[in-house]
Design a protein around this ligand. Structure first.
Ligand SMILES: *Cc1c(COP(=O)(O)O)cnc(C)c1O
Length: 406
């Protein structure tokens, strides 16, 4: 029997056995992906054209120009990479690091750990600066690591640590990097489009993000930006970039003047990206940050009025992602299951030190609305009450509404 005969009899079987997909709409309020703006899904259904078509090249240029505004940078090398947020992380690491290089990395959650893994795969020597889960790095620890380890190529840290809900202030760490003449690399996956990143003003040399968090796109692209200094380090490498696919020495020629083919751009994802940039600029960056802050404030007021305890200290809380302890004795996974069954709403469970003990509630981009805040508080209140918990359900809604009335 050859492969054709093998396949033939199965065609009908599979067509009958495999139903067409029909996923229902859900409210995505976890750590990502977040609910996608319907405008972006419509943009994705526009006709696919060639990756060197002049019409497409124009769209690419506009994407880069708008992305510079959203990152708030003049960096020439600023564009979306093909792949999810992690490909952006890998892009910054593989393009800068050569075997034997020394780096200092902040580790205060899952994504700092991922950066350590990537740096080691590049053959780098890694010095870790740690903070307990749920806390930011102590700048004094970063200073100590840089002073004890001369010749560090960059210091890398997660701006918005999605595994814990911590927002690490950028400026105080970049000032320390400047003192030691070390480049600063920031993971802005959950901050870009939700809280200010201000790359140039904050002295960040390398940053990456992802489309599926505060940009409200499907997962699939990773915006990156490299300062002049970082670009120079890339151009002066002694060895080839160890990843062919993420090699910016080649990709920059496709996005730049030369337009040399490297890999086929994911055309329809770029349409989505173009639309998300337009949506952000239409709303205005300041308005967008204020909206994320207000909805987060209302959520926090509601959760606290309900009697729940937040994980992160007030000044380091991340507006797009709120982490909160589940009440003692409550099975947090069961609550998430009921949220999905009864409300078609997804929130995240705790990770690492908070596994089984906490929730991660996202209010990112399109999903950061007053309606979603009221809905999640109502739903959590109902479910916890149903489990016999004594919580102040009405007080929670009143507290949240109070923030909007203010
Ligand atoms: C989600 C996330 C990533 C990884 O992005 P993927 O799209 O899952 O590859 C990296 N860093 C942070 C802080 C994130 O939240």
């Amino acid at each position: 029997m050859n492969i054709n005969e093998f396949s033939k009899g199965r065609e009908l079987f599979f067509i009958m056995e495999i139903p067409s997909r029909n996923p229902v709409q859900k409210i995505l309020m976890g750590p990502g992906p977040s609910t996608v703006d319907p405008r972006i899904l419509r943009a994705m259904s526009e006709p696919t054209i060639g990756h060197l078509d002049p019409d497409f090249l124009k769209i690419m240029n506009e994407c880069m120009e708008m992305l510079r505004v959203v990152f708030n940078t003049r960096n020439q090398l600023t564009m979306p990479m093909s792949g999810t947020g992690s490909s952006g992380m890998e892009t910054t690491f593989v393009n800068i690091l050569e075997p034997g290089d020394k780096v200092v990395i902040g580790v205060k959650g899952v994504f700092g750990m991922r950066m350590v893994d990537m740096a080691k795969r590049c053959g780098a020597q890694v010095i870790e600066v740690k903070a307990p889960w749920g806390k930011p790095l102590d700048p004094a620890d970063v200073r100590k690591a840089l002073s004890e380890n001369p010749g560090v190529k960059f210091f890398a840290d997660v701006h918005a640590e999605t595994s814990t809900g911590v927002l690490q202030p950028l400026k105080e760490l970049s000032d320390i990097c400047k003192e030691y003449d070390v480049m600063y690399l920031a993971d802005t996956v959950t901050s870009l489009g939700g809280v200010p990143v201000d790359i140039d003003d904050n002295g960040v040399d390398l940053a990456f993000s992802g489309t599926q968090k505060c940009l409200s796109c499907p997962p699939g692209l990773a915006p990156v930006t490299f300062s002049e200094r970082a670009y120079k380090v890339l151009q002066e490498r002694k060895t080839k970039v160890q990843s062919w696919y993420l090699d910016l020495t080649m990709i920059a020629q496709y996005w730049g003047q030369e337009r040399v083919y490297h890999h086929t751009a994911p055309i329809n994802m770029i349409y989505a990206f173009h639309e998300t940039m337009r949506i952000i600029l239409e709303e205005g960056l300041e308005n967008r940050y204020a909206r994320h802050k207000k909805n987060h404030g209302a959520l926090v007021a509601g959760l606290e009025a309900m009697g729940l305890k937040l994980i992160v200290d007030k000044e380091y809380r991340l507006p797009p992602l709120t982490t909160v302890y589940a009440p003692e004795g409550v099975n947090e996974a069961e609550v998430r299951k009921q949220l999905m069954e009864q409300y078609r709403m997804e929130i995240g469970g705790g990770l690492g030190d908070f596994k089984g003990k906490a929730w991660r509630i996202g209010l990112m981009g399109y999903a950061s609305t007053q309606a979603n805040v009221i809905l999640v508080l109502t739903a959590l209140g109902n479910i916890l009450e149903g489990m016999g918990q004594k919580i102040d359900k009405m007080g929670a809604l009143e507290a949240a509404q109070g923030v909007y009335r203010a």
